[in-house]
Design a protein around this ligand. Structure first.
Ligand code: AR6
Length: 177
């Protein structure tokens, strides 16, 4: 793979709510009114004004994305996307791919240059990490190839185990893809 693209992708173990990037992505639900996991952590850190802005948006269908301000976070924006609840043999792969594409599209439209993604759908929504990782990386690389304005995409994993899955796949993809 093109080394210019490789350099625009970073993978790290971290708490996404601490990052000073233009936008962090939230793994939300269709209500956009908060929940557990990364969604809960983002709402707690950003403060109650985030919930007020989310109420005005009025929800978001699975696979789509909406943008709000970052409020008390270091990130300027939050892009809220709704991952699929994993169902084997269903349309979960397409929906998860839409989450990455629509989030990145919103980033371009809002002049966002640096964006961090959690492992969307890989917690409560039960998506197997290996399959989700392949969709996340493949979709992002394809998007970055066509959209030079995005300088950095960071994949943020909470656990060492998930970090290793992403690192291994990205390394083999970089060599062979
Ligand atoms: N930073 C980075 N990653 C995190 C953080 C964090 N602070 N906290 C959790 N993760 P989940 P989903 C990881 O369940 O599967 C919510 O209730 C976590 O370890 O947050 O898309 C929403 O409201 C996992 O690998 O999101 C929805 O109802 C990944 O983030 C539902 O959960 C995603 O786990 C969405 O479920």
């Amino acid at each position: 793979m093109n080394s210019e693209i490789v350099n625009r992708i970073k993978i790290q173990q971290d708490d996404i709510t601490t990052l000073a990037v233009d936008a962090i992505v939230n793994a939300a639900n269709t209500s956009l009114l908060g929940g557990g996991g990364v969604d809960g952590a983002i709402h707690r850190k950003a403060g109650p004004e985030l919930l007020s802005e989310c109420r005005k948006i009025g929800g978001c269908p699975t696979g789509e994305a909406r943008i709000t301000k970052g409020y008390k976070l270091k990130a300027k924006y939050i892009i809220h996307t709704v991952g699929p609840v994993y169902r084997k043999g269903g349309n979960s792969p397409e929906l998860l791919q839409n989450c990455y594409e629509n989030s990145l599209r919103l980033a371009v439209e809002n002049n966002i240059k640096t964006i961090a993604f959690p492992a969307i759908s890989c917690g409560v929504y039960g998506y197997p990490i290996q399959e989700a990782c392949e969709i996340a990386i493949h979709t992002t690389i394809r998007f970055l190839t066509d959209h030079p304005s995005i300088q950095q995409v960071i994949f943020v994993l909470f656990s060492r185990e998930y970090l290793d899955v992403y690192m291994d796949y990205f390394t083999s993809y970089s060599k062979n893809g």
